[in-house]
Design a protein around this ligand. Structure first.
Ligand code: SF4
Length: 366
């Protein structure tokens, strides 16, 4: 379903206001045993005001690290993060404090993110108090209103997190995050710690709130069905970089990158004959380690496609040259794969470059 806005409308094309989030060439490297852990390696993406961008990929792809850098729970090695046009990348904690009302993170595990000593009312009220946005009766009314908006009875105000169900706790997290009307919500796997039976209701809640309040949302998940439901655009991450980005409907209808094709082939479709006719692309092996023995300084480029060890279509060139990020005709679909045609044709087994391929696989992992 998604948030049902065109990307250009959602991203505020033609408006003078800067987008909710602009990430440019974001890098987060760690020193690791045997080389550099390139957890995030040159990620660029934009979340328009009122737009939902899904950031998807396997565990270890670096998507949560992007989220942590965006909300400044982690410090990027290089690159910039702008929220509402303000560069927050290198602001001190003190300088960042008044800006924190503009962006909030909803964590995967609400049990870990809510202070067990505080009541629900205090948890939701705290950001309003910190940013001096309400007090007294007005504060109580705001908290009660927020609890109602997330589907919780105001009588729960005096309960503590351990007295609530997992779904109720995540609703409290969402109420707290939205209390100060942020420009940007970063939701990092917000439903994956919940029972399957309550995941859909929390997703519906997020979709309703996002539509009503119009905040931008970076929705980080490995759940492709959830991202199809919620996102206007989707960015696919693999081993620290975005390999494909496109409007959600376009990505699901015509994925170009072999990794995206493999991910989407595992998503069931609600039409039984179409489901039977689908061919599942099975990737062999897990996501490789993000330790690059040849990696080092930020500027030291990786000179191969990171996906070549698992790509069913890899050719010799994929092992010696990193694919460029190209924008396909139409201007709203980016992909990094040697075999995607300049006209946007997806790669297939009959691609001319595959005529002379050999089967030797090298590896860049440790
Ligand atoms: Fe596969 Fe090569 Fe394309 Fe990488 S560049 S996704 S290895 S075909």
């Amino acid at each position: 379903m998604g948030a049902q806005r065109g990307a250009s409308e959602a991203s505020g094309a033609g408006e003078s206001q800067p987008p909710a989030l602009e990430v440019r060439d974001l890098v987060r490297h760690f020193a690791g045993r045997g080389g550099t852990v390139r957890a995030v390696d040159g990620v660029s993406l934009t979340v328009g005001r009122g737009e939902v961008v899904g950031l998807v990929g396997e565990s270890g792809s670096g998507k949560s690290t992007v989220g942590q850098c965006v909300v400044r729970l982690d410090d990027p090695t290089a690159g910039t993060v702008r929220i509402g046009g303000v560069d927050v990348t290198r602001l001190s904690r003190r300088a960042l404090r008044p800006l924190r009302k503009d962006f909030h993170l909803v964590y995967q595990d609400p049990s870990a993110s809510l202070d067990p000593r505080m009541t629900v009312g205090r948890i939701v009220a705290e950001p309003l108090v910190l940013h001096r946005m309400a007090s007294g009766d007005a504060l109580r009314d705001r908290v009660a209103g927020l609890l109602r908006q997330v589907g919780l009875r105001p009588e729960l105000t005096d309960r503590r997190p351990h007295e609530l169900s997992g779904g109720q706790r995540q609703r409290v997290s969402i109420a707290r995050a939205l209390a100060v009307d942020p420009l940007l919500l970063v939701a990092d796997e917000p439903t994956s710690a919940l029972d399957v039976s309550v995941q859909a209701s929390v997703l519906n809640l997020l979709a309703d709130l996002q539509r009503d309040r119009g905040f931008g949302c970076l929705f980080i998940t490995h759940d492709l069905a959830a991202v199809e439901f919620l996102a206007d655009r989707i960015a696919v991450m693999y081993l620290g970089e975005i390999v494909e980005q496109a409007p959600a409907a376009e990505l699901f209808a015509a994925p170009k990158h072999p990794y995206t094709q493999a991910l989407l082939s595992a998503v069931p479709v609600p039409d039984p004959p179409a489901q039977r006719a689908r061919e599942r692309i099975v990737l062999h092996g897990d996501l490789p380690s993000a330790v690059f023995p040849k990696g080092g300084p930020v500027e030291h480029a990786v000179d191969y496609c990171r996906f070549h060890t698992r790509c069913p279509l890899a050719v010799d060139r994929c092992r010696t040259e990193a694919p460029r990020h190209r924008t396909l005709p139409g201007g709203d679909h980016q992909v990094a794969c040697h075999l995607v045609g300049d006209d946007g044709a997806a790669p297939d087994a009959a691609h001319p470059e595959r005529q002379d391929r050999h089967t030797t696989h090298t590896t860049h992992t440790t």
